[in-house]
Ligand binder design. Structure first.
Ligand code: FEO
Ligand code: CA
Ligand code: CA
Ligand code: CA
Length: 577
């Protein structure tokens, strides 16, 4: 990525710096550069009516693992509203980030690990706020993560009914905390309760050693207060306040009561990236504190120079930051020494300068900007947002997913920011209701502290065109140079959220599918041959059967269920092509 390209994009707000970009990478793959990456007929912008999924003519889909699907033959069949006991044995709600881990063989049998971000009380319980401890448990069990053994038989994907791998991880599952914050006073309660639960599991990552990373985003929504509570400056920065509970769990579970002195530090145990080993059903999930406490969107893992592990992460809130973590050493050497590569290393926050360059700012006591304000590294990590502010990171327009392309370019969706009043070069719209996608490349094979950046897409530039999209969120840069972009937010003329495919070399956009009314499209993973894509329909109808009963036929009363779509090209080609 030449500096001149960056400069042009920065100075003009160019939609996609495609021509220069093509020139820059064509020498390595001239064959590929000539062949269009996207060959399907785009779904017309106006085709969707919100009542059914609309997919490109060359494609087909199967609905799969809806909320409440039994994980085994012994598990209770779906009925609404689910009991706490049933939900423990069923797929959770709020399908979001996910990753497919195939077994050895043809790739048609493996483990799908999927996040359950969100399920509002009306949708899960049929009531605005829980009235019993049992209802709180049902809500808690609907959240978290599912590990599901799946296979394809005669072209149809199914849940393996007698799996020894399938399991639910939820808001009360036992966890281990690892890394610099472990055992620190900031995560210790006088109740002496064990570390447990994962919440608001949004996007995800996967490691080269075949584990899954689930990311805790809006954990503040689960905490409330039974009596007067005055949040500290640190708690306010994470939106922990008396009236903040979206779920009302605190009324029946003191762990989520901010005013209960026995659980004063419980909220510091959330906001982490959690590592899950899908292949070992007995393995306890691990909160990897070296990656910082944020409202984590995702954790994109790449192997950088000399086998260092690099994790790119967004913190999804208006004016929050983009982060990266670099492991202390080659990950295989660390494993051999019995150390997790996610436990020792350096956390950085990004500063995007106006000239198309940028810098990663270390969040450690060695940074003079932080030395006075924090007592130790745990203090910095628990309050990573405050540390990044002091370090001088650039406040962004809600960083969501990050994905690294085959040539090392890093893409991040900045979904929107309706409250921005002052622009900077990296966030050039004020307000920014439709979002943008920023792109950078780090020096030194992902390890460098300097990078160059440009804009891949300013959504406002296409919002009122046939290629319209707004509020980009889920993102996957595939190995061929496509960018699969999911949306979560307002689409032009009230159309539903959608999945678009961009050709990063030509800048063209094509609409692959459109969801039903009220849903978000999110979560992207494929089989190893990339001929089968799993993508999620989250909160169809926002849970309201008067909007949709998806995936059931609309009848105005059957409660809609979040579910996965299994998407294939009818000709067996690579998805996105
Ligand atoms: Fe869970 Fe930022 O979306
Ligand atoms: Ca969501
Ligand atoms: Ca998201
Ligand atoms: Ca979003």
């Amino acid at each position: 990525m030449a500096g001149s390209i960056n400069r042009r994009a920065v100075l003009t707000g160019t939609l996609i710096s495609a021509i220069g970009y093509l020139a820059g990478c064509a020498s390595g793959s001239s064959q590929q550069a000539r062949r269009p990456l996207v060959g399907f007929t785009p779904v017309p912008r106006t085709a969707a009516d919100g009542r059914s999924i609309v997919i490109a003519d060359e494609y087909e889909y199967q609905t799969f693992i809806p909320w409440g699907e039994p994980l085994s033959a012994a598990a209770p069949a779906w009925s609404w509203p689910p009991s706490a006991e049933a939900q423990l044995q069923q797929v959770g709600i709020g399908h979001d980030g996910m990753a497919y881990f195939p077994f050895a063989g043809d790739g048609r049998h493996g483990l799908l690990v999927i996040n359950h971000e969100y399920g509002n009380n009306w949708h899960v319980l049929g009531t605005a706020m829980p009235a019993t401890r049992e209802q709180v448990l049902a809500s808690q069990h609907a959240h978290g993560v599912s590990v599901i053994e799946i296979r394809e038989t005669h072209g149809v994907w199914e849940v393996v009914p007698d799996s020894t791998f399938s399991r639910r991880i939820h808001a009360n599952t036992g966890m281990i905390m690892s890394g610099p914050v472990t055992g620190h006073a900031l995560v210790t309660n006088s109740a002496n309760n064990p570390i447990s639960g994962t919440l608001n599991n949004c996007a995800n990552g996967r490691t080269p050693w075949n584990t899954y990373l689930t990311c805790e985003e809006n954990f503040n929504f689960y905490f409330g207060s039974s009596s007067a509570f005055h949040p500290s400056e640190q708690q306010q920065r994470y939106d922990l306040h008396a009236g903040g509970s979206f779920y009302g769990w605190y009324q029946f579970d003191p762990r989520f009561d901010l005013a209960d002195p026995e659980f004063a530090n419980e909220a510091n145990r959330f906001g982490w990236v959690v590592e899950i080993d899908p292949a070992d059903p007995a393995a306890t999930p691990v909160k990897r504190t070296a990656l910082g406490r944020l409202k984590h969107e995702g954790a994109e893992v790449v192997e950088g120079r000399d086998g260092h592990i690099v994790v790119y992460m967004g913190d999804d809130q208006r004016f929050e930051f983009i982060y990266k973590f670099v492991s202390a050493d080659n990950w295989r050497r660390m494993h051999d020494a019995g150390i997790s590569p996610l436990d020792e290393g350096t956390l950085y926050a990004a500063r995007f300068n106006d000239d198309g360059a940028g810098e990663w700012l270390p969040l450690s006591l060695g940074n003079p900007a932080l030395a006075e304000a924090f007592s130790d590294q745990a203090d910095i990590l628990v309050h990573a947002r405050l540390a990044a502010t002091l370090a001088g990171a650039t406040p962004m327009d809600r960083p969501e997913w990050i994905s690294v392309g085959p040539d090392g370019d890093v893409y991040c969706t900045l979904t929107n920011n309706t409250r921005r009043e002052q622009t900077d070069a990296a966030n050039p719209m004020a307000p920014n209701p439709n979002g943008h996608i920023i792109r950078w490349r780090d020096e030194d094979d992902h390890l460098g502290i300097r990078f160059t950046w440009d804009h891949f897409l300013i959504c406002d530039d296409v919002y009122k065109t046939e290629d319209s999209l707004g509020s980009p969120d889920g993102l996957w840069a595939d190995p061929d140079g496509r960018l699969l972009i999911c949306t979560d937010g307002d689409q032009y003329e009230g159309k539903p959220d959608q999945l678009m495919v961009a050709d990063t070399r030509t800048g063209t956009l094509a609409r692959l599918l459109v969801g039903v009314a009220g849903c978000e499209i999110t979560g992207l993973t494929t089989t190893p041959d990339r001929r089968t894509l799993f993508v999620n329909v989250q909160h169809p109808g926002n849970g309201n059967p008067q909007i949709t009963s998806f995936p059931a036929a609309d009848d105005g009363k059957t409660v809609p269920r979040d579910c996965t779509l299994v998407v294939r090209r009818k000709d067996g080609g690579v998805v996105g092509s």
